[in-house]
Design a protein around this ligand. Sequence first.
Ligand code: SAM
Length: 265
Amino acid sequence: MIDTTKASVARVYDCFLGGKNNYEVDRQVYRAVVDAAPQMERIARINRAWLIRAVRFLAGTAGIDQYIDCGAGLPTTENTHEAAQRINPMAHVVYVDNDPVVAAHGRALLEENQNTHLVMGDLTEPDEIFGHPTVTKLIEFDRPLGLIQCATFHHVPDSKQPAEVMRRYVDMLPSGSYVALTHFTDPRDDADGTELARFVEGVFSGSSMGSGYFRTHDQIMGLLAGLDVVEPGLVRVRDWWPDGPHLNPPDSVDKILLGAVARKP
Ligand SMILES: C[S@@+](CC[C@H](N)C(=O)[O-])C[C@H]1O[C@@H](n2cnc3c(N)ncnc32)[C@H](O)[C@@H]1O
């Protein structure tokens, strides 16, 4: 059931990506952010570019050929299965989301071939996700897989114990698996990064969307407990194996999103 009276994470994110699957209530949240902080226009694109770089690494160098992409979001110009299957056409990808708009608009585009499926589920319930019949059909749990948690856990409140949720995922992952994660951060720099983080958190949490938590570097590292974080560590997404040299210094939006890829020993 689609509720058009409340903003949703997937649809607000779609506004940031310039998509069309959103309603006025979502655009209000988007405008409340970018009207005051125009640099935020780039936030979803820098996150998405990171996701594609991370999947290229996983599918190529790391040789991962099966993925569970939690919080898939609405389909956009390049999606996980396209990046993975370009390198390995046999790669399996299961997307997970809990937003009915993703189910309605995403299925046709995200389920492009027999190796790619979308399931509805709550990513804070790892046992249900890993036990879903579509997941167990496509993913072999006796060999390494890629678990993608890109821009998801910053929508999980502390009351849901995000570190415990991740710990359960990590426990269930086969050895040699990877987790790819991005998360909003408050750099606590008493400067433009913190100012932007506090502002955006206020808008997101105060809106009908209701979530967007800017955690510290240490708190986000806590989500990766039990894993070996690969170089260069948990860093600003623009500094995680960029495609080339930076032409400009980081601005405040670059300071509020961290990303890491980590391997289960
Ligand atoms: C900000 S979007 C990120 C989309 C994509 N992962 C990316 O990085 O481009 C977050 C997505 O997570 C989904 N999501 C949020 N909380 C969720 C939950 N508890 N269970 C499943 N999906 C959730 C939202 O519906 C949305 O599609």
